[in-house]
Design a binder for this molecule. Structure first.
Ligand SMILES: Cc1cc2nc3c(=O)[nH]c(=O)nc-3n(C[C@H](O)[C@H](O)[C@H](O)COP(=O)(O)OP(=O)(O)OC[C@H]3O[C@@H](n4cnc5c(N)ncnc54)[C@H](O)[C@@H]3O)c2cc1C
Ligand SMILES: NC(=O)c1ccc[n+]([C@@H]2O[C@H](COP(=O)([O-])OP(=O)(O)OC[C@H]3O[C@@H](n4cnc5c(N)ncnc54)[C@H](O)[C@@H]3O)[C@@H](O)[C@H]2O)c1
Length: 468
């Protein structure tokens, strides 16, 4: 039986971070992946969805050139965007990417890794032991118990990117990140899309105003959105799928189910090693340790944050924790803010508290909102839709930021940095931002706070801050 310093189960963003870094620390590493390197993110998630959104954006720009005083004779023909998506994935999965695993023993595509006991796993008929084991098995689509849903052919993130024709009509169940990104991508590529969800606004975990703004744009683009909707049943009649709801009956060629995720733990044999888990994921402490101190669970499988950057960050923190002789306060998960972005147009990005969360926590907050329509650059770009909204207080402490609009996924990081390292609105206002970047809207929001502070007579406080 082969023995390793570190065994990694699953090679998505979390497992790749652990395996790649551990091997550069000269540890003896085994990584097991039952399917493809890159996990959900590369193969059925972040990358294909962004590639498809790019094709969709190109299509809409080409067909609305009159906005720029240009004309294209004729219309674009949507040929094979999903094939191009696959070509892009294959390019990323190249020998250059594989180089990071030069010093890792890889077991790929030979079946599930399953615990035999708390130090031993089995893949097929081979057993391996590890001093430390990292579980990084991610999630699978959660399919809700809607009557009839299991009897009709459905699309999920696992098959929606397969190369085939764009459907003429598509029903999307779910208004979260996956549902909204895919609804807009397919709509812009020519599908007639109906989006149905049970929550009251799009991107339910985010800011309500941002969700409503996205809905306005979706409606203008021809996507029908039904919020707070109960789906009664789904059935296949001939070639069509019929979705019966309390807001109407919708007929479509395909149905995409994007109703959340469930941790991928069933194949692991966790009970053989006595590892604790719930429906939400593998139970871990602040240092990503399971109830066995030498077994860590990182990334989506622990349910803490279902995002690739969070998965990679957790992998890095957990690896450092595992190699440290004692626990290190700075390696705790709660020290780190988690920004997130949804890549629709407008993009929606968030870090820290939403306004609703600030209210629920009883914080004495104020809202600063800088509108895209008031800035020369966004007007020049023809993208005047959106806002930078900051939850702050009279002292300029930053609790959270929501950005809806062009470039939101980039702009959000300044607020993430500010929250993580305790910078204030005053610090942002006093930092030069080059003109006319979109980031300058962050400074303009902070300047708005500064003007308010001056008007409310807090000049003394401001001057004190200036003298620091
Ligand atoms: C459509 C879509 C779009 C997304 N877009 C974004 C985005 O833009 N930004 C973002 O931050 N996040 C995005 N996400 C989320 C992101 O994909 C996940 O957060 C990320 O992939 C989680 O990484 P992970 O390493 O924890 O797990 P995964 O990427 O799920 O990898 C887990 C791996 O473990 C393997 N595995 C499972 N069980 C076993 C076993 N028993 N033995 C061996 N191997 C096993 C699986 O085959 C898989 O390869 C998106 C997700 C979807 C579905
Ligand atoms: N850009 C990104 O960062 C990105 C993109 C895609 C996915 N992700 C990650 O993937 C995760 C999963 O995304 P998701 O969109 O599947 O889930 P989600 O949890 O974000 O949203 C679930 C949606 O499904 C709806 N829903 C659930 N059950 C329903 C039912 N029975 N009937 C009608 N509607 C129902 C909810 O109302 C909600 O709109 C997210 O947590 C996100 O972190 C991130």
């Amino acid at each position: 039986m082969q023995q390793y310093d570190i065994i990694v189960i699953g090679l998505g963003p979390a497992g790749m971070a652990v395996a790649g870094m551990a091997s550069s620390m000269n540890l003896k590493v085994l990584a097991v992946e039952r399917h493809k390197i890159g996990g959900e993110c590369l193969n059925y998630g972040c990358i294909p969805s962004k590639a498809l959104l790019k094709a969709a954006e190109a299509n809409i720009i080409a067909n609305t050139l009159e906005k720029f005083g240009l004309e294209l004779s004729g219309k674009t023909v949507v040929n094979n965007p999903l094939q191009i998506v696959q070509d892009k994935i294959n390019k990323i999965n190249s020998p250059k990417t594989m180089k990071m695993f030069d010093k890792v023993d890889l077991v790929i595509g030979e079946g599930d890794a399953q615990f035999v006991d708390s130090h031993t796993i089995q893949v097929g008929d081979k057993k391996y032991t590890g001093k430390t084991i990292f579980i990084a098995t991610g999630t699978e689509p959660f399919i809700p118990p809607i009557p009839g849903l299991k009897d009709v052919p459905i699309l999920t993130n696992q098959n929606v990117f397969e190369p085939k024709d764009v459907p003429e009509t598509l029903t999307v169940i779910g208004g979260g990140a996956i549902g909204t990104e895919m609804a807009q991508a397919f709509s812009r590529l020519g599908s007639k899309v109906t989006l149905v969800q049970m929550d009251p606004h799009l991107i339910p975990i985010g800011d309500e105003e941002a969700g409503r703004l996205l809905e306005e744009v979706f409606t203008e683009e021809g996507i029908e959105v039904y919020n707070s909707t109960k789906i009664e049943k789904v059935e296949k009649v001939g070639d069509k799928i019929i979705t019966y709801t309390d807001k109407g009956v919708f007929e479509s060629d395909e149905i995409l189910v994007a109703t959340g995720r469930a941790p991928a733990v069933d194949s692991l044999g966790l009970d053989n090693a006595g590892i604790e888990y719930t429906k939400k994921g593998i139970a871990v402490d602040e240092y990503f340790r399971t109830n066995h101190k030498h077994i860590y669970a990182v990334g989506d499988c622990n349910g803490k944050a279902l995002l690739s950057h969070a998965a990679m960050h957790q992998g890095m923190l957990a690896l450092f924790n595992s190699q440290s002789p004692q626990t290190v306060e700075r390696l705790k998960w709660s020290n780190y803010v988690v920004p997130w972005s949804v890549f629709t147009k407008p993009e929606i990005a968030q870090v820290g508290l939403t306004e609703k969360e600030a209210k629920e926590q009883g914080i004495d907050y104020i809202v600063i909102k800088e509108e895209y329509e008031n800035y020369g650059r966004t007007l020049a770009d023809g993208q005047p839709i959106g806002f930078v909204k900051v939850i702050t207080d009279n002292q300029g402490k930053i609790y959270g930021a929501t950005i809806a609009g062009d470039g939101a996924s980039e702009l959000i990081h300044e607020w993430a940095l500010a929250i993580q390292y305790g910078l204030t609105m005053f610090n942002i206002a006093m930092m030069q931002h080059s003109f006319p970047t979109l980031s300058l809207m962050n400074k303009r929001a902070a300047e708005q706070w500064m003007m308010k502070a001056m008007q409310s007579g807090s000049m003394e406080q401001m001057m004190a801050a200036l003298m620091k």
